[in-house]
Design a binder for this molecule. Structure first.
Ligand code: OGA
Ligand code: MN
Length: 222
């Protein structure tokens, strides 16, 4: 009997206990993981359609407090829109990220408290220069994720995510932004960049965070 009263089966993921084991292992050994075909192709297509949603108002991404967009453009050219779980696809994506959050907390005791994410659109020719997502002790972002939504991405399309070794800046990984692929890495451990995209590039970037008010409270004073 495969009858299901729910219609939400249009969205599927291969995130399960054994995938969480694999992810936890890779984070422990290397500090990052590249996981392919995390969602079914129709789920990826529905997430890609989020970019056309009328509620999504894309803004040029900033780089800091002043948000000097002339300077920001030399650093990053993506346009972003924060992801809310308003559509079925977005809610399914966020539910899956919540499964990952709980799965990693159970396995690695990371104390991940919540997850924030935005849709990111890189027009042709744009990039994101080498940067860190978090600095030790100065951010509550501890684990970065990037999920790609580009069907038929070719080698000549560029736009790779480069992950660098923090000690000698050598290339650890060059990751093509192919649809269905999820990259997860420790935010404080890896400088990284997005090479210039020669096709329009779509992704969902996100960060698992720890609860800083709790850690401030637990931290010894001084
Ligand atoms: C970011 C980022 C990587 C990517 O948004 O901070 O590094 O591959 N994105 O899109
Ligand atoms: Mn980044």
């Amino acid at each position: 009997m495969t009858h299901s009263p729910c219609l939400d089966s249009e969205f599927t993921t291969r995130v399960d206990e054994s995938l969480l084991d694999e992810l936890a292992d890779q984070l422990t050994v290397k500090g990052y993981a590249v996981l392919d075909d995390i969602f079914s192709a129709p789920t990826v297509a529905s997430l890609r359609a989020e970019f056309e949603h009328p509620d999504c108002q894309f803004k040029s991404a900033g780089i800091g407090r002043q948000d000097d967009f002339t300077i920001a453009k030399q650093v990053r050219g993506d346009r972003i829109c924060w992801l809310e779980g308003r559509t079925g696809a977005a809610a399914f994506f966020l539910d899956t990220m919540a499964m990952i959050r709980q799965g990693l907390n159970q396995r690695l005791f990371m104390g991940l408290f919540d997850y924030e994410s935005h849709l990111a659109y890189y027009p042709v020719g744009t990039f994101y220069k080498k940067h860190w997502d978090a600095f030790k002790g100065r951010s509550n972002r501890v684990l970065s994720t990037v999920f790609y939504l580009n069907q038929n991405w070719c080698e000549t399309d560029g736009g790779e995510l480069m992950l660098y070794d923090r000690a000698d800046e050598s290339v650890l990984e060059q990751v093509a932004p192919v649809g269905g692929r999820l990259v997860v890495f420790l935010s404080e451990d890896f400088p990284h960049e997005v090479l210039p995209a020669r096709q329009e590039r779509y992704s969902i970037a996100g960060w698992f965070r720890v609860n800083t008010s709790t850690s401030t409270y637990l931290d010894p004073p001084g």
